[in-house]
Design a protein around this ligand. Structure first.
Ligand code: HEC
Length: 229
C-alpha cells in the first residue's frame, strides 16, 4: 500500500526536505536572536565607557593574550560568587569591544578584580607573579614597566570605539593625551606612596588602570534593571 503523505511529500524528497528544514530552523533561530538586538537594556546608559588609559590597558591585555588564561565572566553559581564576587550582568559588557569573556581559567576570573588589590600589588604581581603569589604559573610581564604607551595609538582606539557608538564626548580624541597624563599621573602618585617609581606613560600603568576598572560598575548595571536582580 502507498506510503503516508508525509513520507511521499517530505522525507521522500531529500532536496525539498533539506530546504524546508532549513527554513523552519531559520525561523526558530530568528525568533530567538532578533529580540536580543531589539531589547534596550536601560542599564547600559549608566555604564561608563573606559577612559583612554583604560582603553590602552585593555589593548595591552589583548596584545599579551591575558584572555588565554583569564575569563571575565562570573557565572551565577554559588561556587563562583563566593570566590569571585557578584555575578556578571550583561550591561557591564556594553562598551567591551571585543568582549573579553575568555574561554579558559588557568588563572582566576578577573571580572571583579577592580579594587580587590592595591595598585602596588598589581605592579609587583605583573613584574613577578611569584613575588606576591608563591607557586603562581602566571608568566612575568616585566617589559610592561619599560614600554611606553603611544598617545597616537590610544587616539586611534578611542576614535574607533567612538565611531562604533561608545558614548564619548565629541572632543574625546583631542583630549586623549591630557586624559592619559592625568589618570597615569594619579596612579603613579599612588604607587610612589608604596615606594614604586615608574613613568606615568609606562604600559604597566595602563594595565593597572584597566584591571582596577573591571567589575566596578556592577551597582550601575543593577540599579537601572529595576533592582530586581
Ligand atoms: C599562563 C596563564 C596566565 C596568563 C597568560 C596570565 N595570567 Fe594572570 N594569573 C594566572 C594564574 C595561574 C593566576 C593565579 C596566581 C597568581 O595570582 O599569580 C593569575 C592571577 C592574576 C591576577 C590576580 C587575580 C586574583 O583575583 O587574585 C591578575 C590581576 C592577573 N592574573 C592579571 C593578568 C594579566 C593582566 C595578564 C596579561 C598581561 C595575565 N594575568 C596573564 C595565569 C595567567
Amino acid at each position: 500500500m502507498g506510503d503516508h503523505w508525509h513520507r511521499r511529500l517530505l522525507e521522500g524528497k531529500a532536496a525539498l526536505f533539506a530546504v524546508v528544514t532549513t527554513v523552519c530552523i531559520s525561523i526558530g533561530g530568528l525568533v530567538e536572536i532578533v529580540p536580543l538586538f531589539l531589547i534596550e537594556d536601560p542599564a547600559v546608559a549608566n555604564i561608563e565607557p573606559y577612559t583612554p588609559l583604560e582603553v590602552a590597558g585593555r589593548d595591552i591585555y589583548v596584545r599579551e593574550g591575558c584572555y588565554v588564561c583569564h575569563s571575565q565572566m562570573v557565572r551565577p553559581m554559588r561556587a563562583e560568587t563566593l570566590r569571585y564576587g557578584d555575578w556578571s550582568r550583561s550591561a557591564e559588557y556594553a562598551w567591551d569591544r571585543p568582549f573579553q569573556l575568555g574561554s579558559r581559567r588557568i588563572g582566576p576570573d578577573l571580572h571583579r578584580v577592580g579594587g580587590k588589590y592595591s595598585n602596588a600589588w598589581h605592579y609587583e604581581h605583573m613584574l613577578d607573579p611569584r613575588a606576591t603569589t608563591p607557586g603562581s604559573v602566571m608568566p612575568p610581564y616585566s617589559w610592561l614597566a619599560d614600554n611606553k604607551v603611544d598617545p597616537a595609538d590610544v587616539q586611534a582606539s578611542v576614535g574607533a570605539l567612538a565611531s562604533l557608538g561608545t558614548p564619548y564626548p565629541d572632543d574625546i580624541v583631542a583630549k586623549v593625551p591630557d586624559l592619559l597624563a592625568q589618570q597615569g599621573g594619579a596612579i603613579v602618585a599612588d604607587l610612589s606612596t608604596a615606594g614604586v617609581t615608574v613613568a606615568p606613560d609606562a604600559e604597566i600603568v595602563a594595565v593597572i588602570a584597566y584591571l582596577q576598572k573591571l567589575g566596578t560598575q556592577r551597582g550601575k548595571a543593577q540599579v537601572a534593571s529595576g533592582g530586581a536582580q
